[in-house]
Design a protein around this ligand. Sequence first.
Ligand SMILES: NC(=O)c1ccc[n+]([C@@H]2O[C@H](COP(=O)([O-])OP(=O)(O)OC[C@H]3O[C@@H](n4cnc5c(N)ncnc54)[C@H](OP(=O)(O)O)[C@@H]3O)[C@@H](O)[C@H]2O)c1
Length: 292
Amino acid sequence: MSAKIVITGASGQVGRFLAGEAVRRGLDVSALTHAQWDITDAKAAERFVTESDLVVNCAAIANVDAAEADPDTAFAVNATGAENVALACARAGASLVHISTDYVFGGQQRRPYDVGDATEPVGEYGRSKLAGEVAVLAAMPGAHIVRTSWVYTGDDGNDFVAGLRRLAATDGTTDAVDDQVGSPTYVNDLADAVFEIGEGRIREPILHVANEGACTRFELAQAVFEELGADPRRIRPVSTAQAGRPAPRPAYSALSMATSVRAGLNPPRPWREALAEALAQPISDRQLPSTP
Ligand SMILES: NC(=O)c1ccc[n+]([C@@H]2O[C@H](COP(=O)([O-])OP(=O)(O)OC[C@H]3O[C@@H](n4cnc5c(N)ncnc54)[C@H](OP(=O)(O)O)[C@@H]3O)[C@@H](O)[C@H]2O)c1
């Protein structure tokens, strides 16, 4: 593992968890928020990246509807910003893991997407993230792209599972779409894979990291309630059209880790097993490690 892990977008869902995990594992970590390192600033990277660092780029416009409403900003961060990070890593001789998404796929397929399947994003978020992948590998062919999907902490944040966990403790009801299928991924399992990739033994440039199996958002919501002993009938199935979200989303974006496992990553555990573990954890108030 590199001497120091530098995490961008460190106040976000994935970045914050990775930073905490790095500290828990006794690693030297520099967790940089948007305010500390704006990745759209091409010059800023030089202040933060040095040789032998492992940079994990978690900075992104990851809100799908926000990206659709403002594609210029989405491309500035998700494509040009990612390229800035890669150029800085290449110049410094650092390693880079760049986090990407299942939304680079179009959703026509009905078996989990593997690395070699054609990308065909349906919205500005996926298009900007795909442009970021291309730009990162052009700037730094030795970088790793990690595509993940439907990431949750189930903890104190704003993710889908965390929100359902809060709702389960009330007598409220909610809607969940039953015509979008994906692979829910526990952030803990994503972190394990990112640290493994950071060890530098895996050569494959693009890797998928997701828990095994697929479900609809409705099935995921029901599973959360079942795990917590709440009545799953409080979740109402709705169609994507009924949900009326502004940005299009792929109807199917489950990820296969077959290529990743062949490349040396541990086989993923089933999504339901990971969910049960996540929901068995006490809710924490994860603080960012302080960065000088
Ligand atoms: N969550 C998921 O389900 C999921 C699924 C697939 C892939 N991913 C990928 O995982 C990565 C992390 O996503 P996330 O879920 O952690 O999203 P998030 O919670 O929205 O975090 C993204 C972070 O990036 C920061 N950021 C935005 N613009 C920036 C800029 N110009 N410079 C530096 N930082 C900036 C944000 O800071 P501010 O809020 O302060 O602007 C935020 O802290 C992204 O690449 C995303 O595409 C996530």
